[in-house]
Design a binder for this molecule. Structure first.
Ligand SMILES: *Cc1c(COP(=O)(O)O)cnc(C)c1O
Length: 462
């Protein structure tokens, strides 16, 4: 299995290389050269299997000879052992034909654990074999960083540095990043916004001397291995609802387009997905683009669903690559136009996107009202991101096709917003009830590339 860049200029890589590299050197994102297709019988055979076994069957064709079957099974077992629910991704029913896929039973209570726990184990296995160490650097608005620290803490072959905007993440998110005591994880509180943190990480990747010197690796949502791990729960949930004999639609609270792109891969693999509905909050650039073809960022509006507060949705580039008939030069051109302000998707590409994707937007009042209403009608307490999904899904329900909305975080991860909307303070699950008592450890850093690079070099010096 070969991986190609969406901008057509970087070399083809194996799965292992694409995973360890993250961003391609031409600025593009790696995608499989071709998508393996599963037959009807193979999909039907997934019914009733444990999550880990489905994960093995879905991901196996993508990893080439990076791991033996035995190694890969061990990786999957270890990745999901720390989840707080035996089903890993349980489905609950919200209404006639509407289901909620709970993706928040991992160690940091958000869906990012599904991919990050896998990546942690895969990095460790690949690096232990080669004897190499890598330095992982990531920017986070909260959920990615905590998931990464939780996934990599204590692993021998990696150091992890997570940049988060000082004072701009929730207390639960911050404590999840600052309380693990392992010496190989480092929470860096940068003076600035999430965009500053992300820009400095990009700068580090573009500083090839630094990048090669510290063996930089990225685990943000553009890493193909993360997308791959998220394909699995589309299969487990659709099969539970009758696929491949029955179509299923999904609504996905969306920011960087990684999670919903995994749904698109599931569809390309043969899962009979009818619609993939992109749900955005006020930061609705994707909804605007899918409805009007115009992709022009115009400033992030802070919302109560902060993990979706983005203006540039990095994984959307992967969808554009396919919509433009896998023309890397066309994608590179769009990304150049984006640097200069924005771009318009061609008519043909917009049509191609609309074959798979619908979209909708949910404002702050609608988010709060949905949290309140679902609590009253179902007893389910939604986090604000999941509420955005439920609100948008309700506008896309069809009688004959069940809808699955992805619940991307546990309500206790965003307790203030949930309490303001519902009057209920969501408690942390018992297994992490002492989070507020654990000592914190963080390093404030200025918004300055040199200073951050120096700090990283010093920390990883043997
Ligand atoms: C990251 C995140 C999202 C957005 O997912 P993308 O893959 O970036 O589209 C939605 N909800 C929560 C809780 C998240 O942490």
């Amino acid at each position: 299995m070969k991986y190609v860049s969406t901008r057509g200029q970087a070399p083809e890589l194996t799965f292992e290389q694409a995973m360890l590299t993250g961003l391609a050197r031409d600025g593009g994102l790696y995608v499989p050269a071709e998508i393996p297709v599963m037959g009807h019988a193979d999909i039907a055979a997934l019914a009733g299997l444990p999550y880990e076994e489905v994960a093995f069957r879905i991901m196996r064709p993508f990893i080439g000879d990076t791991f033996t079957d035995e190694e890969f099974q061990g990786i999957i077992e270890r990745a999901y052992a720390g989840f707080g629910h035996a089903a890993r991704a349980p489905l609950v029913q919200l209404d006639q034909g509407h289901f909620l896929l709970e993706l928040f039973h991992g160690p940091t209570l958000a869906f990012k654990d599904f991919a990050m726990q896998m990546i942690g184990q895969m990095f460790q296995a690949a690096l232990a074999r080669s004897g190499n160490r890598v330095t992982i650097v990531g920017a986070t608005s909260g959920d990615t960083g905590s998931a990464a620290i939780e996934a990599f803490k204590g692993l021998e072959a990696v150091d992890v540095f997570i940049l988060y905007p000082h004072g701009r993440v929730s207390e639960v998110q911050r404590r999840q990043m600052t309380t693990p005591p392992e010496a190989n994880v480092h929470a860096l509180a940068i003076e600035g916004h999430f965009d500053d943190a992300q820009a400095r990480v990009k700068d580090m990747f573009n500083d090839f001397e630094f990048r090669d010197g510290v063996r930089l690796a990225g685990v943000n949502s553009i890493n193909w291995a993360r997308v791959l791990a998220q394909v699995v729960y589309y299969f487990t949930s659709a099969v539970a609802l009758g696929s491949p004999h029955r179509k299923v639609s999904f609504t996905v609270p969306t920011g960087n387009f990684g999670d919903i792109f995994a749904g698109y891969i599931a569809k390309r693999m043969g899962l009979p997905i009818d619609r993939l509905v992109v749900a955005t909050n006020l930061n609705d650039i994707l909804h605007r683009c899918l409805t009007s073809a115009d992709y022009t960022p115009d400033g992030v509006i802070p919302s109560i669903s902060p993990s979706m507060d983005i203006q540039v949705s990095s994984n959307f580039e992967r969808a554009l690559f396919d919509a433009y008939g896998r023309d890397g030069a066309a994608v590179a051109q769009l990304m150049d136009e984006l640097k200069a302000g924005g771009f318009r998707v061609s008519q043909g590409a917009q049509q191609a996107l609309r074959e798979h994707f619908d979209s909708g937007r949910c404002d702050e009042d609608q988010t709060r009202a949905t949290i309140r209403r679902l609590r009253a009608t179902t007893g389910e307490l939604l986090c604000p991101h999941s509420a955005v999904g439920v609100h948008v899904a309700e506008q896309h329900l069809h009688r004959d096709v069940p809808m699955v909305t992805l619940a991307t975080a546990h309500p206790a991860k965003f307790p203030d917003a949930v309490e303001a909307a519902s009057g209920i303070h969501p408690p942390l699950p018992p297994r992490m009830a002492d989070l507020y008592d654990r000592p914190e450890r963080l390093t404030p850093v200025p918004n300055d590339l040199q200073a951050i690079e120096t700090l990283i070099r010093e920390r990883i010096a043997p």
